[in-house]
Ligand binder design. Structure first.
Ligand SMILES: Nc1ncnc2c1ncn2[C@@H]1O[C@H](COP(=O)(O)OP(=O)(O)OP(=O)(O)O)[C@@H](O)[C@H]1O
Ligand SMILES: N[C@@H](CCO)C(=O)O
Length: 335
């Protein structure tokens, strides 16, 4: 039932179509937008899915090491959930996945997998569910709508999930916005980072975040990127998570002095994210500051320059079903 590597194994039933989906990573909790503001990033996971006689799950790429290749795999389980909701039965699936998104680092890998599985399974059965219905299912699974909304719809998402219903509005950031991420070389599971949060917060902190979050959304809507420096502050999760990420407090306090519009913990961490106006041209200084600060605290990290991704999960029609997903992604598809 499992293969890891370059194999092109395929147990899909002949005559049944395969679908291919490309899903962007995301950063959640953008600044003050805890559980509410997410942004899609141009770092991706690709998923291949087909109906089969027996289940086979293939994972490709170094980011997928350790991901289960049996029916406990998240993508398999989410696909089955979608089939149940749609009233159809396809218990055996042929699935392959390749991802450039590091797991458990705060770049939304679990949301990407959930959204990718929903979009692929839905496409396999003729898109019986609407994207709004997929958003409801994804939000209920992830328990917050910001990562899943960004991966599903793309752009910057302002959203809520009240336990029963999720709603969102998508904003597309301007081209000049660059995103620098520093990805520490250690994992931090969302569950662990959530367990350090308080059960209740003060009215003062709640008001602080409402004001800053409102200003941040307004800044994006109006192109007032100068306001990001005032808006990117949080009192609801970052202070509590700081002890889990040595160097984080210095980065959040000083990134603006090194050319960032603002900085934040990405998702539940440990990745740190800085928003940059590409026109300002101080990227090298900021990158050195992030790396140097983490190194001073004994943290090895990889930096990456990303862009907001305007598109959410998309079904690809140009992949060749006769070659492996890896070859399709790497552009090595044979004719
Ligand atoms: N393609 C995938 N297939 C199966 N499971 C996956 C896949 N991608 C992620 N996962 C699961 O999701 C877990 C990571 O989820 P977690 O919420 O802890 O971190 P994250 O989503 O990367 O970060 P954050 O939610 O803070 O942005 C992995 O350990 C793995 O179990
Ligand atoms: N909003 C979530 C993002 C991680 O999935 C959290 O911070 O716990």
């Amino acid at each position: 039932m499992s293969v890891q590597g370059d194999g092109g194994g395929n147990a899909a039933k002949s005559g049944y179509p395969k679908v291919y989906v490309k899903v962007p990573a995301s950063t959640a909790n953008l600044g003050p937008g805890f559980d509410a503001l997410g942004m899609a990033l141009n770092l991706y996971e690709w998923i291949e899915m087909g109906i089969a006689d027996r289940t086979e799950i293939r994972v490709y790429g170094e980011q997928m090491v350790g991901v289960p290749t049996d029916k406990s795999n998240l993508i398999y389980k989410v696909a089955q959930l979608l089939f149940d909701k749609a009233g159809v039965s396809h218990p055996e699936l042929d699935i392959a996945m390749y991802s450039d998104i590091p797991l458990t680092r705060g770049l939304g890998s679990s949301a990407t997998a959930i959204v990718g599985a929903l979009v692929a399974a839905n496409a396999l059965i003729g898109n019986k569910l609407s994207s709004h219905e997929l958003f409801q299912i994804a939000s209920a699974l992830e328990k917050h709508p910001d990562n899943v909304g960004a991966s599903l719809f793309g752009g910057l998402i302002a959203a809520f999930w009240d336990g029963e219903r999720a709603e969102h509005i998508r904003i597309v950031p301007e081209d000049r916005l660059d995103v620098l991420v520093a990805i520490p070389r250690f994992e931090l599971a969302t569950e662990k980072a959530r367990n350090v949060l308080p059960v209740s917060v003060t009215m003062k902190d709640a008001v602080f975040n409402i004001g800053h979050s409102s200003l941040l959304v307004a800044a994006f809507c109006t192109g007032r990127y100068d306001m990001i420096r005032h808006a990117m502050k949080d009192a609801l999760h970052q202070p509590y998570r700081a002890p889990l990420i040595p160097g984080m407090t210095d980065i959040l306090e000083q990134a603006q002095q090194h050319g960032a519009l603002g900085a934040a913990l990405s998702g539940a961490g440990p990745t740190l994210l800085a928003l940059v106006d590409g026109k300002e041209g101080r990227g090298a200084e900021l990158e050195a500051f992030l790396q140097g600060t983490l190194a001073r605290h004994g943290i090895e990290a990889d930096t990456m320059w990303l862009k907001p991704c305007a598109d959410g999960a998309v079904v690809l029609t140009h992949f060749d079903p006769n070659v492996s997903l890896l070859d399709n992604v790497k552009g090595r598809a044979r004719v």
